[in-house]
Write a protein of this length. Structure first.
Length: 519
């Protein structure tokens, strides 16, 4: 969930569209916010927030980071070639700016920051052949000549009007150096000016921002939270806590027979991988390895393999679908198709369904013919995600913003005949079928787990919505699962460590003393 709060107020206002939105950035006048939703770039006014939003352009924008310059351009990372692109704030014009240097193993240009006057833009270069972010570099693009100049190792560059470049080093140190925005050259050696900021794996996030006027804000690095997996009864009582998953487990997934639990695990700056545990007391075992990112593990129907999604070297230009055998660890690519966000097999192993964030649509493919795709939705306007097939394979549940907010919908499968029904009456996320097929669980707008009990028969009919328990204390947006008898749920409970947000005002004046400029 995303919120906005004025410095002069103690109250925050939720940005309602943020279910799939990220990379928020204020306009230069502070009256609007740009954001990325899938591969759309959109904007909304601060005064009305989600009630007055519009899509600026259907652009293949990927991130990380956006920047809205004073001359009206919004800068972003293109999901087509991972170089920098920009679009005018009114959506009338767009253009590509940089190309990756494949010979140098570049895989992404991100975190753009346009310099005053619109003559150049700072950005970060990430590389494919690094297991860490130590060699990530800050560069600057001269918009008049197209020349790219590499400046220093680091990420998330931000220019301050005092004549300084503030950035984050790979170890999280907040650095600053005197920088001439005309010659695009450093004037001296960078020095550390603040404590360590939080930096994610591969530099995909660096929680820092700074304004031209010299206000700095960053999330302080802190001991890594250790989240627990907890088993919860239908009444909401915690019946068992499993603290053996060191780090941050995400997307827990139970095998069909209940004998194994799989989850994506984040540990420090290592890339997230899939880990397995034989229940109830087996040892943790890492299933996927290497310089990869592996998300949303889902079991095959026979319990012999895990389906997961993520990018792979050397290009990392798309998120594809993979399957890894749990005994041999042999990985195979199932489908290479844009930006696959999640994928799962039907219970009979005949179909695989997935969502694609490039298009915001859902697709299915038959076993043995994975390259022959069946579109399940193809709307250029609505964003649909998280497809879930019912145990009998007759119904497809998914999330959609068709009604104006995120809701749970169900339609027949595989014939997508347009006879879809809205399940959640006023907000719904993270749907999950009961193994009996007689219930569909989801999280409502109030943060409660709800059971939509289904009437028996050939048609899809909801008999009753019943609130089970509050999930406010759990990381439900990172997935959950239910046991084979539908009597217990497994959720992620956040660990106690919270990273403080540091706000530094009048940074420019301090930088003049710490890092003198030649001007």
């Amino acid at each position: 969930t995303w919120w906005v709060r004025a410095f002069g107020s103690l109250e925050a206002v939720e940005i309602e569209l943020a279910a799939l939105a990220q990379d928020f950035i204020f306009s230069p006048d502070g009256q609007s916010i740009a954001y990325r939703r899938g591969n759309w770039i959109g904007s909304l006014t601060v005064e009305t927030l989600a009630r007055d939003r519009r899509d600026v352009v259907f652009e293949s924008a990927l991130g990380p980071g956006l920047d809205w310059s004073s001359d009206g351009w919004i800068y972003f990372t293109s999901s087509i070639d991972q170089g920098l692109g920009r679009v005018s704030a009114d959506g009338a014009r767009s253009e590509s700016l940089t190309k990756l240097d494949q010979s140098a193993n570049e895989f992404r240009h991100g975190f753009p920051d346009a310099l005053p006057g619109g003559a150049a833009v700072l950005f970060t270069i990430g590389y494919t052949n690094r297991a860490s972010i130590e060699d990530t570099q800050i560069a600057v693009l001269d918009l008049a000549t197209g020349e790219v100049k590499k400046l220093v190792r680091g990420l998330r560059p931000r220019f301050v009007d005092s004549g300084h470049l503030v950035f984050v080093r790979a170890d999280g140190a907040v650095m600053a150096a005197a920088f001439d925005p005309e010659s695009l050259e450093f004037e001296g050696t960078p020095v550390q000016v603040a404590g360590a900021a939080n930096v994610g794996a591969f530099g995909k996030q660096a929680d820092l921002d700074a304004t031209l006027a010299g206000t700095l804000i960053y999330v302080s690095a802190s001991p890594e939270p250790v989240d627990d997996l907890v088993w919860i009864s239908r009444s909401g009582a915690v019946e068992h806590t499993d603290s053996s998953w060191e780090g941050r487990p995400r997307f827990p997934s139970l095998s069909a027979d209940g004998g194994y639990l799989a989850a994506t695990v984040h540990r420090g700056r290592l890339p997230p991988n899939v880990w397995l545990k034989q229940l109830p007391d087996g040892h943790l075992r890492r299933l996927t390895h290497g310089n990869t990112l592996d998300y949303r593990p889902r079991w095959t129907s026979d319990g012999t393999a895990i389906v997961h999604v993520g990018p792979r070297p050397p290009d990392r230009l798309s998120w594809d679908m993979y399957q890894t055998d749990i005994t041999t660890g042999i990985e195979s690519r199932l489908l290479e198709e844009g930006e696959i966000a999640d994928a799962s097999w039907s219970r009979d192993g005949q179909w695989i369904v997935y969502s694609d964030t490039d298009s915001g649509d859902l697709f299915a493919a038959r076993e043995g013919a994975l390259d022959s795709l069946l579109p399940l939705s193809a709307s250029p306007v609505f964003i649909e995600s998280d497809p879930e097939l019912s145990p009998d394979g007759r119904w497809l549940a998914f999330e959609s913003d068709e009604s104006g907010s995120r809701e749970i919908w169900v339609q027949p499968f595989p014939e997508a005949d347009g006879n879809r029904q809205q399940v959640s009456p006023s907000g719904g996320r993270e749907q999950l079928w009961a193994n009996s097929g007689r219930e569909l669980f989801y999280v409502n707008a109030a943060g409660q787990l709800v059971s939509a009990e289904l009437a028996s028969g050939a048609t899809f009919e909801i008999r009753e919505h019943r609130v089970l328990f509050s999930v406010a204390d759990y990381l439900w947006e990172w997935g959950y699962d239910v046991t084979r008898d539908d009597d217990q749920f497994i959720f992620i409970r956040r660990g106690p460590t919270l990273a403080p947000v540091i706000l530094v005002q009048n940074l420019g004046e301090e930088l003049k003393l710490l890092v003198p400029t030649e001007r």
